[in-house]
Design a protein around this ligand. Structure first.
Ligand code: URA
Length: 188
Protein backbone atom coordinates (compact mmCIF):
# COMPACT_ATOMS: atom_id res chain seq x y z
CA UNK A 1 0.00 0.00 0.00
CA UNK A 2 1.39 3.38 -1.04
CA UNK A 3 0.33 6.24 1.21
CA UNK A 4 0.80 9.01 -1.30
CA UNK A 5 -0.77 9.41 -4.73
CA UNK A 6 2.61 10.33 -6.24
CA UNK A 7 4.43 7.23 -5.01
CA UNK A 8 1.50 5.05 -6.06
CA UNK A 9 1.55 6.54 -9.55
CA UNK A 10 5.36 6.43 -9.89
CA UNK A 11 5.40 2.74 -9.03
CA UNK A 12 2.41 1.84 -11.15
CA UNK A 13 3.97 3.54 -14.20
CA UNK A 14 6.93 1.14 -13.94
CA UNK A 15 4.85 -1.97 -13.36
CA UNK A 16 6.03 -5.25 -14.88
CA UNK A 17 3.83 -7.60 -12.88
CA UNK A 18 2.29 -9.21 -15.95
CA UNK A 19 3.09 -9.74 -19.60
CA UNK A 20 0.91 -6.85 -20.78
CA UNK A 21 3.93 -4.65 -19.99
CA UNK A 22 5.74 -6.20 -22.97
CA UNK A 23 3.27 -4.91 -25.54
CA UNK A 24 2.09 -1.64 -24.01
CA UNK A 25 3.06 1.81 -25.24
CA UNK A 26 1.92 3.54 -22.05
CA UNK A 27 0.56 2.57 -18.68
CA UNK A 28 -2.90 4.13 -18.34
CA UNK A 29 -2.95 4.99 -14.65
CA UNK A 30 -6.19 6.96 -14.64
CA UNK A 31 -7.40 10.51 -14.94
CA UNK A 32 -9.50 13.02 -13.08
CA UNK A 33 -9.68 14.51 -9.63
CA UNK A 34 -8.37 12.11 -6.97
CA UNK A 35 -10.25 14.16 -4.38
CA UNK A 36 -13.61 13.53 -5.96
CA UNK A 37 -16.34 11.39 -4.44
CA UNK A 38 -17.25 9.53 -7.61
CA UNK A 39 -15.13 7.00 -9.41
CA UNK A 40 -15.72 5.37 -12.81
CA UNK A 41 -14.02 2.08 -13.54
CA UNK A 42 -13.64 0.61 -17.02
CA UNK A 43 -12.11 -2.57 -18.28
CA UNK A 44 -8.75 -1.67 -19.76
CA UNK A 45 -7.07 0.59 -22.30
CA UNK A 46 -7.74 0.22 -26.01
CA UNK A 47 -5.48 1.36 -28.81
CA UNK A 48 -6.01 5.11 -28.41
CA UNK A 49 -5.68 4.93 -24.64
CA UNK A 50 -2.45 2.94 -24.96
CA UNK A 51 -1.03 5.51 -27.38
CA UNK A 52 -2.04 8.54 -25.29
CA UNK A 53 -1.68 7.09 -21.79
CA UNK A 54 -5.16 8.32 -20.86
CA UNK A 55 -8.39 6.39 -20.19
CA UNK A 56 -11.42 6.58 -22.50
CA UNK A 57 -10.06 8.85 -25.22
CA UNK A 58 -11.32 6.90 -28.24
CA UNK A 59 -14.83 6.75 -29.67
CA UNK A 60 -16.30 5.18 -26.55
CA UNK A 61 -14.58 7.86 -24.47
CA UNK A 62 -16.28 10.60 -26.49
CA UNK A 63 -19.64 8.98 -25.81
CA UNK A 64 -18.80 8.56 -22.14
CA UNK A 65 -17.88 12.26 -21.85
CA UNK A 66 -21.18 13.22 -23.49
CA UNK A 67 -23.21 11.21 -20.98
CA UNK A 68 -21.09 12.44 -18.07
CA UNK A 69 -21.36 16.08 -19.05
CA UNK A 70 -25.15 15.77 -19.45
CA UNK A 71 -25.36 15.06 -15.71
CA UNK A 72 -22.77 17.68 -14.72
CA UNK A 73 -19.88 15.30 -14.34
CA UNK A 74 -16.51 16.20 -15.83
CA UNK A 75 -13.25 14.29 -15.77
CA UNK A 76 -11.41 17.59 -15.33
CA UNK A 77 -13.12 18.44 -12.04
CA UNK A 78 -15.47 16.14 -10.16
CA UNK A 79 -14.82 12.49 -11.01
CA UNK A 80 -11.94 10.06 -11.34
CA UNK A 81 -11.72 7.47 -14.15
CA UNK A 82 -9.60 4.32 -13.98
CA UNK A 83 -9.56 0.79 -15.35
CA UNK A 84 -9.31 -2.75 -13.99
CA UNK A 85 -6.09 -3.30 -15.97
CA UNK A 86 -3.70 -0.44 -16.67
CA UNK A 87 -2.12 -1.85 -19.82
CA UNK A 88 -3.75 -2.66 -23.13
CA UNK A 89 -4.54 -6.31 -23.80
CA UNK A 90 -3.34 -7.03 -27.38
CA UNK A 91 -6.09 -6.89 -30.04
CA UNK A 92 -8.40 -5.43 -27.37
CA UNK A 93 -9.22 -8.88 -26.02
CA UNK A 94 -10.77 -9.13 -22.57
CA UNK A 95 -8.12 -9.00 -19.85
CA UNK A 96 -7.61 -12.49 -18.45
CA UNK A 97 -8.51 -13.28 -14.85
CA UNK A 98 -4.76 -13.59 -14.14
CA UNK A 99 -4.04 -10.16 -15.64
CA UNK A 100 -6.90 -8.66 -13.63
CA UNK A 101 -5.56 -10.25 -10.44
CA UNK A 102 -2.04 -8.99 -11.16
CA UNK A 103 -3.29 -5.44 -11.68
CA UNK A 104 -6.11 -5.06 -9.18
CA UNK A 105 -3.94 -3.92 -6.26
CA UNK A 106 -3.17 -0.69 -8.13
CA UNK A 107 -6.88 0.03 -8.39
CA UNK A 108 -7.43 -1.01 -4.75
CA UNK A 109 -4.74 1.42 -3.69
CA UNK A 110 -6.25 4.17 -5.84
CA UNK A 111 -9.63 3.49 -4.26
CA UNK A 112 -8.19 3.53 -0.72
CA UNK A 113 -6.65 6.95 -1.35
CA UNK A 114 -9.62 8.46 -3.21
CA UNK A 115 -12.22 7.07 -0.74
CA UNK A 116 -15.09 7.41 -3.22
CA UNK A 117 -18.70 7.42 -2.04
CA UNK A 118 -19.91 6.03 -5.36
CA UNK A 119 -18.23 3.71 -7.84
CA UNK A 120 -19.73 3.29 -11.32
CA UNK A 121 -18.60 0.15 -13.14
CA UNK A 122 -18.48 0.59 -16.90
CA UNK A 123 -19.34 -2.74 -18.45
CA UNK A 124 -19.43 -6.41 -17.58
CA UNK A 125 -15.74 -6.99 -16.83
CA UNK A 126 -15.53 -4.16 -14.29
CA UNK A 127 -18.91 -5.02 -12.75
CA UNK A 128 -17.93 -8.67 -12.33
CA UNK A 129 -14.59 -7.82 -10.76
CA UNK A 130 -15.81 -5.02 -8.49
CA UNK A 131 -19.41 -5.84 -7.61
CA UNK A 132 -20.20 -9.51 -8.11
CA UNK A 133 -18.70 -12.20 -10.37
CA UNK A 134 -22.21 -13.43 -11.20
CA UNK A 135 -23.64 -10.04 -12.14
CA UNK A 136 -25.83 -9.89 -15.23
CA UNK A 137 -25.14 -6.43 -16.58
CA UNK A 138 -28.02 -6.33 -19.08
CA UNK A 139 -30.50 -7.00 -16.24
CA UNK A 140 -28.78 -5.28 -13.35
CA UNK A 141 -27.42 -2.07 -14.84
CA UNK A 142 -28.67 1.01 -13.02
CA UNK A 143 -29.12 -0.82 -9.71
CA UNK A 144 -27.26 0.48 -6.66
CA UNK A 145 -25.38 -2.07 -4.60
CA UNK A 146 -23.49 -1.45 -1.38
CA UNK A 147 -20.16 -3.08 -0.65
CA UNK A 148 -17.57 -2.11 1.98
CA UNK A 149 -19.52 1.07 2.68
CA UNK A 150 -19.31 2.22 -0.93
CA UNK A 151 -22.33 2.56 -3.21
CA UNK A 152 -21.72 0.82 -6.51
CA UNK A 153 -23.65 0.88 -9.76
CA UNK A 154 -23.01 -1.09 -12.93
CA UNK A 155 -23.83 0.45 -16.26
CA UNK A 156 -23.36 -0.65 -19.86
CA UNK A 157 -19.96 -0.08 -21.42
CA UNK A 158 -19.97 2.85 -23.88
CA UNK A 159 -18.34 0.56 -26.50
CA UNK A 160 -21.36 -1.76 -26.16
CA UNK A 161 -23.63 1.25 -26.71
CA UNK A 162 -21.76 2.11 -29.91
CA UNK A 163 -22.28 -1.44 -31.14
CA UNK A 164 -25.89 -1.43 -30.02
CA UNK A 165 -27.34 2.11 -30.06
CA UNK A 166 -30.82 0.89 -29.06
CA UNK A 167 -29.38 0.44 -25.54
CA UNK A 168 -28.38 4.10 -25.24
CA UNK A 169 -31.61 5.40 -23.65
CA UNK A 170 -31.51 2.70 -20.97
CA UNK A 171 -27.89 3.48 -20.21
CA UNK A 172 -28.61 7.20 -20.02
CA UNK A 173 -31.30 6.46 -17.42
CA UNK A 174 -28.50 4.99 -15.29
CA UNK A 175 -26.70 8.33 -15.46
CA UNK A 176 -29.89 10.13 -14.42
CA UNK A 177 -30.22 7.76 -11.45
CA UNK A 178 -26.62 8.53 -10.61
CA UNK A 179 -27.35 12.26 -10.68
CA UNK A 180 -30.28 11.72 -8.29
CA UNK A 181 -28.13 9.61 -5.96
CA UNK A 182 -25.42 12.29 -5.88
CA UNK A 183 -28.09 14.86 -4.93
CA UNK A 184 -29.61 12.58 -2.31
CA UNK A 185 -26.23 11.98 -0.66
CA UNK A 186 -25.24 15.65 -1.03
CA UNK A 187 -21.75 14.70 -2.10
CA UNK A 188 -21.21 17.46 -4.64
N1 URA B 1 -12.53 0.97 -22.65
C1 URA B 1 -12.24 0.81 -21.35
O1 URA B 1 -12.81 -0.04 -20.68
N2 URA B 1 -11.35 1.62 -20.80
C2 URA B 1 -10.71 2.59 -21.47
O2 URA B 1 -9.91 3.30 -20.90
C3 URA B 1 -11.03 2.73 -22.84
C4 URA B 1 -11.93 1.92 -23.41
Amino acid sequence: MFESWESLKDNCMKCKKCRLCETRTNVVFGEGNPNSKIMFIGEGPGENEDLQGRPFVGRSGKLLDKMLNAVDLYRETNIYIANIVKCRPPQNRDPSIEEQECCIDWLRNQTLLIKPKIIVCLGRIAAMKIINPDIKITKEHGIFFEKNGIIMMPTLHPAALLRNPSQKPGAFEDFLKLRDKIKELQIM
